[in-house]
Design a binder for this molecule. Structure first.
Ligand SMILES: [Zn+2]
Ligand SMILES: [Zn+2]
Length: 93
């Protein structure tokens, strides 16, 4: 196996744009798996992962208007009135 050199990437997050090092082992890992090289610095990658995790978290709630069961990204104790999709649009419309 050919020895690879570490290289520098630039974070594509416009708010960050930090340069970060991709070490040789990391490069061969991505190439082996056929994955694209990371375009975010480790800190932004971590933040992105956390954001994705939060988005996927759903709670079983009841619509405040029609009492239908539904899934919401807000937990039971969130200080928001929760409406189902339909009632939400009626409410703001
Ligand atoms: Zn970054
Ligand atoms: Zn509803």
């Amino acid at each position: 196996m050919a020895k690879r050199d570490s290289k520098t990437g630039t974070c594509t997050n416009p708010a960050c744009k930090k340069e970060f090092l991709i070490i040789a082992q990391e490069i061969s890992f991505y190439e082996e798996k056929g994955l694209p090289m990371p375009d975010l610095c480790p800190a932004c990658r971590h933040r992105q992962r956390m954001a994705l995790r939060n988005e996927r978290r759903l709670y079983k709630r009841t619509c405040a208007k029609c009492n239908k069961d539904m899934l919401s990204t807000y937990p039971e104790d969130a200080p928001y009135t929760i409406y189902c999709q339909k009632c939400f649009w009626e409410h703001i419309g």
